[in-house]
Ligand binder design. Structure first.
Ligand code: SF4
Length: 220
């Protein structure tokens, strides 16, 4: 990992985001409905996008939304999300989330970080994905991809996602927060991979601390 923090000005970080987005266009949710985004995000951990999307589609076809899923049996949901990673843990969680939204929030996904993170199984990252993607509220969701890229590039020196969130919020213009997570996630999957990042092909290497410290110097 890089040890230097890069000082980005607003034009540079805007350029970085443009370049990443062009090199690796983001994967978007099929729908921006808050319940769809919430459930899909809860299912997505350690699961491929195509598998997650297919599981969400099947769930929504079978249960037709919040009330249906709230009344579902865990066994049935496990069967429906069969290919999803950690299905046995995720099935009761999404049913519980549906119940809470039905009973406590009148069937509407709450649109605040505080309320979303009161739902068991909904962490800060998932809440911020829902806020930005469904509600259009500027929020930064830091998952493993965003954390890794930020650390390598020198945007954040911390391994703590909340500190990285703060570091990103300080340098990225607020009007670019919505959409930042899906863009960086895709960039992390295709280019800035966990192991063997494609630094020589990377469109933002000139802005990257890791590239200057670990790649460029070693090739001189
Ligand atoms: S240069 Fe390498 S480490 Fe830096 S952002 Fe690109 S792929 Fe990631």
């Amino acid at each position: 990992m890089a040890g230097n923090q890069f000082k980005f000005n607003s034009d540079e970080i805007t350029r970085v985001i443009e370049l990443m987005s062009t090199q690796s266009p983001p994967h978007h949710f099929e729908f921006h409905d808050p319940f769809w985004v919430l459930i899909t995000t809860m299912l997505s951990h350690r699961t491929k996008d195509q598998v997650t999307d297919a599981a969400s589609r099947k769930l929504f076809e079978r249960y037709n939304g919040i009330s249906g899923l709230a009344s579902a049996s865990v066994d049935d949901v496990v069967k429906i999300i069969d290919k999803v990673g950690f299905k046995n843990m995720k099935a009761p969680r999404i049913i519980e989330a549906a119940k809470i939204i039905r009973d406590k929030y009148g069937g509407k996904v709450p649109g605040s970080l505080d309320e979303l993170t009161k739902i068991p199984g909904v962490g800060r990252k998932t809440a911020n994905v829902v806020l930005s993607d469904s509600f259009g509220i500027p929020a930064i969701a830091v998952d493993t991809h965003v954390q890794r890229i930020s650390r390598r590039m020198g945007i954040s020196l911390s391994d703590d996602p909340e500190e990285t969130e703060e570091a990103i919020m300080k340098i990225v213009p607020r009007d670019l927060w919505v959409g930042l997570n899906p863009m960086m996630v895709e960039f992390g999957k295709k280019i800035c991979k966990p192991i063997g990042p494609l630094c020589r092909e990377c469109s933002v290497s000139r802005y990257c601390a890791y590239f200057h410290d670990q790649v460029e110097k070693k090739s001189v």
